[in-house]
Design a protein around this ligand. Structure first.
Ligand code: NAD
Length: 491
């Protein structure tokens, strides 16, 4: 049954959150936010200028002394209250996440919002337990130790594909380690950052510790944050091209940078793999979240003896995936985030055919009934592809898989690494030696063997090559959001 749960009686008014208050832009400007479900307006959003970004930074700077000198245990109490607050409002927040960017409601409910709460709990506990190094007697009668101090105001700039989950992955560690924050959510998915601000306020977070400035990137609020001299660090997730622009803009004030960028990840399926598990894992790896996943295993590299069988099974299974209104039960693929993005992905489908790839399934826009109003696309698989094709080199960021055959494991390694990106790799094999060999040889920041998307927040997260700069997670976030000081004493 098609639901109209995505509809709103009146568009939500989304404002900036600065110094503990919800405020309009100084120049009063707003923009409309559309739901990809039917392209109707669901929110009027304050459009931040450089001046709005600057006043958010000033608020964060003003709150820094108080927050940074609180004990980790005191901060932990507030951050746990934030996690509780997110869970208490789970249904409302999940519905907005789905309305804003189109992911299935079941995923928003069971993955995105619970993980956002977990991000707060994990980093609050981690910061409370984090230790320091001390070294006895670098020379006689002395000892040395390390101090960690919060780096200052951190700007957290995030994308639209996991709006709350990725924002909290940045904000939670920054706050837990004592920084104050200005967040700039993606313009396509502004709402849940604003709901998070309400939750933080209601959890008793002091004014100015967490701020949200809404709006766009270039020549607007986003870029202003990357140039503001009072911002000490920028943690950014988004496109590789945007990462390069931010690195240039931040150079003038030598900010600390952490970038989680684009991907074109290989999924290597060996002939000895558990084929059922590999088929399901590979499909999930590409089509989860409409394929709008940086980690997506879009280049599926399959050993020749099982290649035909693997392709046939993928097509059979994918045909059972329901595409439709993401509020409907059983829907696994919702609409793409915007009409502009849908056009981009359709362009790549056309290109794949021009480049000689063989379309096995999907590839058309869905226009039955109400779906005609939204940005729906059939999940698509192309076989007989190779790394010379643009569709195998460029990030499509939609529900499009390319499959290619390989003969020897060495060939698979070469093909997997033949990419400007290096975010993630997946390996499907039952042979332990092959698993270790591939895990070691694939040049990506994450490798999953016989699984996909399993995250342990203590492990480093980031990418090789054009997929990122630096790592976040556990001690890596601790390192990023703090300055280290060496103190040596002669007694
Ligand atoms: P994007 O780079 O267009 O935008 C991301 C954010 O940056 C938005 O908030 C945007 O307003 C802001 N921005 C844009 N230009 C800016 C500028 N010049 N200065 C400051 N801010 C600016 O990315 P997107 O389309 O929102 O997200 C999709 C991309 O994100 C894909 O490439 C995807 O692979 C990547 N991504 C990476 C990861 C990861 O962990 N590596 C996770 C999710 C998404």
């Amino acid at each position: 049954m098609v639901t109209d749960a995505h509809k709103v009686a009146q568009p939500l008014e989304v404002r900036h959150f600065i110094g503990g208050e919800f405020v309009d832009s100084l120049d009063g400007k707003t923009f409309d936010s559309l739901t990809p479900i039917d392209n109707s307006v669901v929110a009027h959003v304050a459009e931040g200028s450089a001046a709005d970004a600057d006043r958010a930074v000033a608020a964060a700077k003003g709150a820094f002394d108080r927050w940074s000198t609180m004990s980790p245990a005191a901060r932990k109490k507030i951050l746990h209250a934030v996690a509780d607050g997110l869970e208490a409002r789970l249904e409302e927040i999940a519905a907005w996440e789905t309305r804003d960017m189109g992911k299935p409601l079941a995923d928003s409910r069971t993955k995105d919002v619970p993980r956002a709460a977990y991000n707060f709990r994990f980093f609050a506990d981690y910061a409370d337990l984090a230790g320091l190094h001390a070294y006895d007697k670098p020379w006689e009668g002395s000892f040395g130790y390390e101090l960690r101090e919060p780096i200052g105001v951190a700007a957290a700039i995030s994308p639209w594909n996991f709006p709350l989950m990725l924002l909290t992955w940045k904000v939670a560690p920054a706050l837990a380690f004592g920084c104050t924050v200005v967040a700039k959510p993606a313009e396509q998915s502004p709402v849940t950052a604003s709901l998070l601000a309400e939750v933080c306020r209601d959890a008793g977070m002091p004014d100015g510790v967490f701020n949200v400035v809404q709006g766009f990137g270039p020549d607007a609020a986003g870029e202003a944050l990357t140039r503001n001299p009072d911002v000490a660090a920028v943690t950014f997730t988004g496109e590789s091209a945007t990462g390069k622009a931010i690195m240039g803009a931040a150079a003038g004030t030598l900010k600390k940078l952490s970038f989680e960028l684009g991907g074109k990840s290989p999924a290597v399926v060996c002939a000895d793999a558990d084929l059922d598990a590999a088929v399901d894992g590979a499909l999930l790896g590409v089509f989860l979240n409409q394929g709008e996943v940086c980690l997506a295993g879009t280049r599926i590299i399959v050993q020749r003896p099982v290649y035909d069988e693997f392709c046939a099974r993928m097509v059979d299974r994918l045909a059972q995936w329901k595409v439709g209104n993401p509020f409907d039960d059983g829907v696994r693929v919702g609409p793409l985030v915007s009409q502009e993005h849908l056009d981009k992905v359709l362009g790549y489908i056309e290109l794949a055919e021009e480049e000689g790839a063989k379309r096995l399934i999907g590839g058309s826009r869905l226009t039955d009934g109400d779906l005609a109003l939204g940005n729906y696309l059939e999940p698509t698989i192309f076989a007989d592809t190779h790394n010379g094709m643009r569709v195998c080199r460029e990030e499509i960021f939609g529900p499009v898989a390319t499959v290619m055959p390989f003969d020897e494991i060495d060939d698979a390694i070469t093909m997997a690494n033949d990419s400007p990106y290096g975010l993630a790799g997946m390996v499907w094999t039952q042979n332990l030696n092959t698993a270790h060999r591939l895990a070691r040889s694939i040049k990506t920041g994450n490798v999953w063997v016989n699984c996909f998307f399993v995250r342990d927040l203590r492990l480093p997260f980031g990418g090789y090559k054009e997929s990122g700069v630096g790592r976040e997670g556990g001690e890596y976030s601790y390192e990023f959001f703090t300055e280290s000081k060496a103190v040596v004493m002669k007694l």
